[in-house]
Design a protein around this ligand. Structure first.
Ligand SMILES: [Zn+2]
Ligand SMILES: [Zn+2]
Length: 165
């Protein structure tokens, strides 16, 4: 079977090749961020480093986002706080048996984050489309590209309109 993730698709992996001597470790340059779901029931704040932003093409992210891929950025560990609302949690079990919480708004269905099921300070994989600062979080790496929808590699060549056609 192709492309079902072994252990939860996207966990922050510092890219050692990009670390210059004496520079910040990727993930250290976290900025304050905040976001909300479409209906406004869920609001949150956290800290995250734009350099850690990624796109995940795994088949679970395609299904769970209802789209071709998902943009995610990991929060700095322990920095995620809900400002309002309480998300509904769906526990996704990977083929490996690893369980992962998928949080979404119970009213409007907007995916908010995923995280581990254990207690303790967590890293939250925040869904970038819910961030107020989303324009500053351009992806730096694409994950699970072996299961990517082939057209995503040529997105720029597809005809465009400024608004709905
Ligand atoms: Zn909502
Ligand atoms: Zn994924």
């Amino acid at each position: 079977m192709l492309a079902f993730e072994p252990s939860g698709c996207w966990s922050p992996r510092p890219r050692m090749a990009n670390v210059q001597a004496g520079s910040l470790f990727p993930g250290d340059a976290a900025m304050k961020i905040d976001g909300r779901c479409h209906c406004g029931f869920i609001a949150y704040e956290a800290e995250a480093d734009p350099e850690m932003t990624g796109v995940c093409h795994c088949t679970d992210c395609q299904t769970l986002s209802g789209s071709a891929f998902r943009s995610v950025v990991p929060s700095r560990q322990g920095s995620f706080k809900l400002r309002s609302g309480e998300p509904k949690i769906y526990i996704k079990t990977a083929e490996s048996g690893t369980k992962r919480q998928q949080a979404f708004c119970p009213n409007c269905g907007t995916p908010i984050y995923s995280t581990t099921v254990e207690d303790g300070p967590k890293v939250h994989s925040i869904r970038v489309g819910t961030l107020r600062q989303r324009n500053e979080f351009a992806p730096k790496l694409q994950y699970w590209f072996r299961s990517a929808q082939q057209w995503t590699d040529n997105l720029g060549s597809i005809p465009k309109t400024e608004k709905q056609r």
